[in-house]
Write a protein that binds this ligand. Structure first.
Ligand code: FAD
Length: 362
């Protein structure tokens, strides 16, 4: 077996203040945040940064969705509140646009469905004015202030902004172990390289449980999606969310349709029948979408946990932290996760108020 090599610079072993395993939206946002405080940060990414769940997401910012677990609602609201500033900084630092849309969401719900204080019930006339293309089906409809972002543009811009801030990236080799010395994390290791660091954060999404020596109970929840282009540009203004399907418009005319929740392991295959079913459900909601051209289909793996809450904070090993398991809302939760975790890693915030998200709950 080849020996683990440490990186050497001018004969000295290079070490970082923080090494992050996983370069999805959670790892990259945290790295950028830590750089604001002057910490040296390295992201070690198995593949290419931002090509897993963060690439597959629809990008809804459902910060006041009553379907969120109760203990996540305050965090979701806080993240929704700082999103415009988060996007502004990333666009500014990267020179790229991420298509933050703030027109809001139209929710079509069962008459008995739970609602939130921010939701406004719509009359048929109001609904027709807001989204004339929507086929009214007799369900209760609400306008909510939840917007959307293009996650692919967001992660591309975030990586550029992180590099601009001086975050180091090592891509193409998986972290398989966090090295522990005297009960404390001191490095992360790929098959060939050892990266020494004062602190380590596991941001490996659905794969967070695969890095020795700790095993977190994250698991993949597959979601299939399709992307349509319609003849009529700007067909939809709002995100439209219904029990069977959702439609998320982009400013360039694309409309994303999603999604499924499937427990099929680490399998990202797309199934034609499922895509057709989603397309039909979208056409039932907005008939024009039935005629739209299909540009792309894909599947991604949401990082699920047994109680649908993320893992945030310290672990049972000193200097080893985790920020994973953001399930259906990691795009929304990225800014608040970055802010909270940067303080936890720097030791300026106790993680006692994160007990609902502690990895010790399992
Ligand atoms: C179909 C679908 C729709 C979604 N829609 C929304 C939405 O509308 N709104 C929303 O807020 N969220 C949505 N999500 C959820 C959101 O995408 C995730 O919660 C979020 O992307 C999680 O980010 P992450 O960085 O933790 O994970 P990921 O983006 O999966 O990143 C983890 C990274 O770790 C890397 N990695 C894994 N193992 C290792 C290793 N051993 N060593 C090094 N690197 C490793 C991976 O390659 C990957 O790049 C959706 C997800 C899916 C799949």
């Amino acid at each position: 077996m080849s020996p683990i090599l440490s990186l050497r610079y001018n004969g000295r072993v290079k070490a970082w203040d923080v090494a992050i395993a996983g370069g999805g939206i959670i790892g990259v946002s945290l790295a950028r945040e830590l750089r604001k405080y002057g910490a040296s940060v390295l992201i070690v990414e198995r593949g290419e940064p931002g090509r897993e769940a963060s690439h597959a997401a629809a990008g809804m910012l459902a910060w006041c969705d009553p379907a969120l677990p109760l203990s996540l609602q305050a965090l979701a609201r806080a993240s929704g509140g700082i999103y415009p500033q988060f996007v502004h900084e990333i666009e500014d630092e990267s020179g790229m646009r991420v298509d933050l849309r703030q027109e809001g969401t139209i929710v079509c719900a069962e008459q008995t469905a739970e609602t939130a204080a921010e939701w406004r019930a719509l009359t048929t006339g109001e609904l027709m004015r807001l989204e004339p293309q929507l086929a009214y089906s007799g369900q209760a409809t609400y306008w909510t202030p939840e917007g959307s972002v293009d996650p692919r543009a967001l992660i591309a811009a975030s990586v550029k902004a992180a590099k601009h801030r001086g975050v180091d990236f090592a891509s193409g080799a998986a972290v398989n172990e966090v090295e522990i010395e005297g009960g404390q994390a001191v490095a992360i290791k790929t098959a060939k390289t050892r990266y020494a660091a004062g602190s380590v954060v596991n941001c490996c999404g659905a794969w967070a449980g695969q890095i020795a020596p700790l095993s977190f109970p994250t698991r993949p929840i597959k979601g299939q999606m399709l992307c349509l282009v319609t003849a009529q540009h700007g067909l939809l203004k709002h995100v439209v969310r219904a029990p069977e399907v959702y439609a998320v418009p982009r400013s360039d005319g694309r409309v994303l349709i999603g999604s499924t929740l499937e427990e099929t392991g680490f399998d990202k295959r797309v199934d034609t029948e499922t895509i057709q079913r989603l397309h039909q459900a979208a056409a039932d909601l907005v008939p024009e979408l039935g005629e739209a051209r299909m540009l792309e289909t894909w599947a991604g793996l949401r990082p699920g946990t047994p109680d649908a809450l993320p893992l945030l904070g310290a672990t049972s090993l000193a200097s080893y932290f985790v920020a994973a398991g953001h399930y259906r809302d990691g795009i929304l939760l990225a800014p608040i996760t970055a802010r909270i975790m940067a303080r936890v890693v720097r030791g300026t915030r106790s993680d006692s108020d994160l007990c609902a998200f502690s990895s010790s709950r399992f």
